[in-house]
Design a protein. Sequence first.
Length: 857
Amino acid sequence: MIANVIVDVPAKQTNRTFDYIIPDAMRGWLAIGSRVGVPFGPRVVQGFVVSMSERADVAASKLKPIAQVMDLVPPLTPELVELARWMSRTYLCHEITALQAMIPGALKAKYERYVTLGGAADEEAAAQGFGQLSFDNRADIAAFVRSKEHVPLEQLLERFAGDGALIQSMIKSGELLEVQTIKNRLSAKKVLVVYPPEDPSVLEACVSKLPAGAKRQKEVLEHLIRNPAPVRLTELALELNVGAGTVKGLADKGWIGLRETEVFRDPYAGREFKRTQPLPFTEEQAAVFEPIQAALTAVRHEVFLLHGVTGSGKTEVYLQAIRQCLDQGREAIVLVPEISLTPQMVERFKGRFGSEVAVLHSRLSNGERYDEWRKIALKQVRVVIGARSAIFAPFTSLGLIIIDEEHETSYKQEDSPKYHAREVAIERAIRHRAAVVLGSATPSLESYYRASERDDRSGAAGRQAGPGGSPFAGVNAGRAAAVAHPSAYRLLTMKERVQGRPLPPVHLVDMREELKQGNRSMFSRPLYKAIEERLEKKQQVVLFLNRRGYSTFVMCRECGHTLGCPHCDISLTYHQSSQTVRCHYCGYAEPQARTCPSCSSEHIRFFGTGTQKVEEELGKLFPGIRVIRMDVDTTTEKGSHEKLLTMFRNREADVLLGTQMVAKGLDFPDVTLVGVIAADTVLNLPDFRAGERTFQLLTQVAGRAGRHELPGEVFVQTYTPEHYSIVTASGHDYEAFLEEELRMREAGGYPPYYRLILITISHEQIPMLVRTAESLVGHIKELLLRETDGSDDAMVLGPVASPIPRIKDRYRFQCMIKYRGDSQLPSLIAKAAEAFDDVCRQHNVQIGIDVDPQLLM
Ligand SMILES: Nc1ncnc2c1ncn2[C@@H]1O[C@H](COP(=O)(O)OP(=O)(O)OP(=O)(O)O)[C@@H](O)[C@H]1O
Ligand SMILES: [Zn+2]
Ligand SMILES: [Zn+2]
């Protein structure tokens, strides 16, 4: 048998399988999805077995055997291997890149180089034996390596520091051999566990055999007779105050077992989760649950879009759907945006399903994440809740995938593989005949559109988009729907909050008016009064500041000079805690200057309304106010996020002030006021989704108020109170927003009417960049012309400078392709780009392709 292996060398030439012989010893347990080490040129590299075949494409004599198998249980399933192939086609990435994205970081290969004695060493030693004077450490090095059998290269270089050149020449001459192997970055944590015999009474006989002086050992045995459960050696030693040697002595006699045993690093160890029971559904919950249940029962693939206002009880629907799925003996994945994956969220799932739940998110240590993942692989859990990459949980009988806050941009990965978790979820669900529930109070336009297509077809009240002044004249709504995906979603709606609690009234405050009235503070008078009132009543306030696009840049008041990153065309951001200015794109940092580097004036200040500044102003306006600030600066430390939220819940603060982090999913009973400091910051970004993002954020953040007995109220400060995103968000009117936004999208030729591909080209020098960009785009245009006969089904825009024209010392150009109908287009574009592979390699040009981009930077 031959194993077909994808090797860990991400390059175009290696983006295919290579054949290897399966050694006899591996036959039977090597499987599709196994991670292996294989000889590749002079090295051993990691790879994944993606298929097996009877015979190879090349002559058997040329084949090499697999060198090592990395895991007892293959980390990937055949389904995931197939999914990787789909990802590589869909997102135009190397298959190995997709495979690597599916396994935890701890399993990423760590290559270790060893040195052993080579065949030439003996001759050399013999030659030296003939009294030849040796002026170097050659003999010592050989002896050292011989004594160790094999030595990590670093260790050898450390031991014989200064002999690097000599060691190199010994490798060249064959005296030493360099060998490469693969190790995991991290391994399972093992501890020594004491195993008393199955029948502990046999230990009584042992006690009598002990010499009279062995008091300690006697104590241990007697303890084990009374407590016959396996116990960690360290725990036992601590409890009885004996040395580990005492216990080991008993194991040496063969009376008790002492074995290395794997343990799981459990981030939630020792935490009690209060068990919760299913709540009786509200009418709306019952209505949306019914079709989900039906699909589960029938083991039928179907995608549901659950559009439920904030506080309508979507989570309870998820929980009961999961219960149903588990009762059928199947497994469930719940995706939640990283920042909403709060302890509160985890608690709701652990509370219902206890130890059946594994949690995966980036705040776990590498080891913890690996162990949570192993629980899934070893089938010790059946529910996983996690951020984007949890979609790759190696379950084998998936019944249900839930994506909460499905509109969130964080579901799209910005690095290769540039996948969207929602699409990957649907792809997996099709293979498992599983149900998918996409939940949101503000569904993405793409999803909502896909759900309404189904309405149109079934004759229900469908929305009709007018042709308007579209540049694609003659494209009517029906025609535009040609972007249609093969399967439409089923729309489920919940319009009411649980227990008839009202959605909070939203007051728009026109900040231009405030300025006219002489108020130059960042707090309008109505918001000021509302905060004052809450402080008096001892209720809590959430203040939201959208940081994106509102950077705290540093500017000189004398000459207008702004501090920019020396490597990127973007202004540096001021960080108070470390007194530094930093670049958010490349990580560059420098101490905050006291004088202007351009004119030496001392009037250099940071600008913009950062959270730190809001905090300061709150302190000035309301002396004694207790503020918890939650932003990237205050949540870097592990567990800090959780700590801050717990403090707020325990009423140790009056105000929770923060960025996006406070907008999502939080549920605090005493919050009766939500204030949005500036609603329009996102609106000014050069992004066609600016309106959608604004609507989503305002709706989410408003949804934090009045979720329990106390009624809530929301104040939104804005400079553009007439903008449709802000108006419709204040009226909690998703449909009205949708209608307006769809009109804009159709007019602009944007999703959901057209799909996008963003090509970014970068180089250190502008002339080379322009040349390559223009010839690449010219090539693409030609190709498209040939393929589409010049219809308006595809358009190529650009090349133009990217919104951020330089990052990490590389200049950037972009080209946008808008298309509809033809799903073959991405591969066509990939082919066009491939023609530039040689140019790219020779001149160090980079071409990045993003299918369905979420960010246009
Ligand atoms: N059937 C029910 N009976 C009583 N209370 C319920 C019921 N369903 C949900 N709740 C409660 O209503 C509150 C809001 O529910 P939940 O958090 O699930 O809403 P949601 O739609 O997920 O909200 P959001 O999108 O704002 O996060 C919670 O405190 C929840 O415990
Ligand atoms: Zn930078
Ligand atoms: Zn200056």
